[in-house]
Design a binder for this molecule. Structure first.
Ligand code: FES
Ligand SMILES: [Fe+2]
Length: 380
């Protein structure tokens, strides 16, 4: 973030702290509970949000070397992400063109893929290189049976895939200023420390909602992160359906003791980007978390969360590994013991039919924006 932008943001946050307020929306927003429980809504979301738009599938560091491959299944599609020998990023469906077996598992370097069922052999670039009993398949030319490619792009250290074969990645104009900001974080230089996949009994949007306000910090998190971050205090800015929240750490008070020209704001912030529809990128200076949040199949009451914690350098020493493990444990402790059990309780109450609406207050502007964007995208 440029110095002038940092100072302006610091002024804004200190002003909010002085006035005990935050970026408010102009009206309360009433949200139908059916958005979290309705099967037809879940089907529309899969079609309009999870099969029709670019999906963030990680950062460049997830594919660190030429020949690296990584399977990715959280979206409900079997994805195979690869770093080609020329360094480019390519993605395929992880599905053999013979009879559909998965051609790769896990992560690691490889020169290509050999299907475990009948040994059809594919190159790293997806070409079908050879197959046993070729004469039985003469009517099915090898050239027509490459792994199915998906449009894939690496932009400022972020990996994007279009989940539907044959569809091009299209980024709207609103993406230009957002990407300019993301470029400032040098995301390509981050290294994955660990990835965890969590499955929870709540709608994917309930899982995402938990990141969108700090109104609950000193209530639900009174014994964990309340002492670290300001409660009910954040900036909120939009980039089309995407948006950014900035919440200050309590250490931001130290800036008041320093000359303004010496201010270094960034260590005092947590910056949350929601890359619509389902990716939460959390930047906290020394670490980045990417949360990819998906519906778990067609059941609106289940979700899959894929979390990767990234560090600014590879964790090669025991000391570094212990440090990053502690950070990961803290992140997981808060969401697994505090946010998500509460969200599962909400999902049960929604599913019971106990109420038909909920309400987002003026201080929950990001929630209103997010849900209005969901409605717009699924009822177009
Ligand atoms: S299913 Fe892959 S070789 Fe038969
Ligand atoms: Fe929370």
């Amino acid at each position: 973030m440029e110095k002038a932008a940092q100072l302006a943001l610091a002024d804004r946050l200190l002003d909010y702290i002085d006035r005990q307020t935050l970026q408010l929306s102009t009206a309360v927003y009433r949200q139908a509970v059916a958005e979290y429980t309705d099967d037809q809504q879940a089907t529309r979301e899969i079609k309009q949000l999870f099969r029709s738009q670019p999906l963030c599938v990680g950062l460049s560091g997830d594919l660190p070397t030429p020949g690296y491959q990584l399977t990715h299944d959280a979206s409900g599609l079997p994805l195979l992400l690869t770093r080609q020998q020329d360094g480019s990023f390519k993605a395929f469906l992880n599905v053999c063109r013979h009879r559909g077996a998965r051609v790769a598992e896990g992560a690691g370097e490889s020169r290509g893929f050999v299907c475990p069922y009948h040994a059809w052999r594919y190159g790293l670039d997806g070409r079908l290189v050879s197959r046993p009993e070729e004469s039985s398949f003469e009517a099915c030319p090898r050239d027509d049976h490459a792994l199915t490619p998906l449009a894939a792009e690496e932009r400022h250290g972020v990996l994007w895939v279009h989940p539907t074969p044959g569809e091009a990645l299209v980024f709207g104009e609103e993406f230009v200023p957002l990407e300019a900001e993301l470029a400032g974080y040098s995301l390509a230089g981050f290294h994955p420390f660990a990835t965890r996949e969590l499955r929870r009994d709540m709608n994917w949007k309930l899982a995402l909602d938990t990141f969108l306000e700090s109104y609950h910090f000193c209530v639900l998190h009174k014994d964990s992160i309340c002492g670290i971050f300001h409660h009910n205090l954040a900036t909120f800015d939009t980039f089309g359906a995407h948006f950014r929240l900035v919440t200050p750490r309590r250490t931001i008070a130290k800036l008041r003791e320093q000359p303004r020209e010496d201010w270094n704001l960034l260590p005092h912030l947590v910056v949350i980007y929601v890359l619509f529809p389902n990716t939460v990128l959390v930047w906290q200076g020394a670490q980045v978390e990417i949360w990819q949040i998906f519906p778990d199949g067609k059941d609106p009451s289940r979700s899959v969360l894929r979390l990767t914690l990234y560090a600014p350098e590879p964790a090669v020493s025991d000391k570094a590994r212990q440090h990053w493990q502690r950070n990961l444990d803290l992140v997981l402790h808060v969401v697994e013991n505090e946010d998500f059990p509460l969200g599962e309780g909400i999902q049960r109450s929604f599913s019971s039919g106990a109420q038909s609406q909920i309400v987002f207050g003026l201080n929950e502007a990001a929630l209103s924006h997010f849900h209005a964007a969901i409605t717009a995208a699924t009822h177009a």
